[in-house]
Write a protein that binds this ligand. Structure first.
Ligand SMILES: Nc1nc2c(ncn2[C@@H]2O[C@H](COP(=O)(O)OP(=O)(O)OP(=O)(O)O)[C@@H](O)[C@H]2O)c(=O)[nH]1
Ligand SMILES: [Mg+2]
Length: 196
């Protein structure tokens, strides 16, 4: 998709604030700093639509972006951010779970993992949570530019094994630096958007 129009709609903390439309939604989940906001910016060709930061924990609300009046991207706060209190983290967890488990127009979740590392316990929990709720997943392995091409396959197998990856789901190597995987990601998103 060539994007001409992209805007933030709302930063929501509760269902009452979710946009009241039937547009298909694609959510982005992954641990803090994995590159969720960068992924959105790359897909929509904007430098800073979704705010990125080298400081983890930047995104703390469910941020809804409207793209071409055709879909919403929902930037979900990164999990596993250590400097947040337990109560705060439980609150985020609940907010994210409520959204993922109950949102009717959610078509797919893009689960981002860092290609450089084995998935964290929380990465595995998130993937298994999505499988439990039968939500189609697009796994995006970010920061591919930081791993030499000759080692990609090895890293991919480590990730798939740890997640117990379902080959029905999509797996895309991605870099917001080289834009590798951008077209593949759009193809997977467009396929998810038209699913009933
Ligand atoms: N080299 C490289 N750096 C990346 C890539 N994607 C993101 N980064 C960097 O990683 C850092 C975190 O990126 P964000 O997009 O803000 O991460 P996030 O997942 O939105 O983080 P939170 O909002 O804290 O949950 C930034 O410094 C980005 O520039 C990538 O594909 N390659
Ligand atoms: Mg972010």
């Amino acid at each position: 998709m060539k994007v001409h129009n992209a805007d933030i709609v709302i930063s929501a903390v509760s269902p009452a604030q979710y946009p009241d439309t039937d547009l298909p939604e694609i959510a982005l989940a992954g641990r803090s700093n994995v590159g969720k906001s960068s992924f959105i910016n790359t897909l929509v060709d904007r430098r800073n639509l979704a705010r990125t930061s080298s400081k983890p924990g930047k995104t703390q609300t469910l941020n809804f972006f409207i793209i071409e009046n055709a879909l919403h991207f929902v930037d979900v706060p990164g999990y596993g951010y250590a400097k947040v209190s337990k109560t705060e983290r439980a609150k985020w967890g609940k907010m994210i779970e409520t959204y993922l488990a109950e949102r009717e127009q959610l078509k797919s979740v893009i689960s981002l993992v860092d290609l450089r590392h084995a998935p964290s316990v929380e990465d595995v929990q998130m993937y298994q949570f999505l499988k439990y709720y039968d939500i189609p997943v697009i796994v995006v392995a970010t920061k591919a530019d930081k791993i030499p091409r000759s080692k990609w396959n090895k890293h991919i197998s480590v990730i798939k094994k740890a997640l117990d990856f379902d080959e029905q789901d999509e797996f895309i190597l991605f870099s917001s630096v080289t834009k590798q995987g951008k077209e593949e990601a759009w193809a997977a998103i467009e396929a998810a958007m038209v699913r009933p």
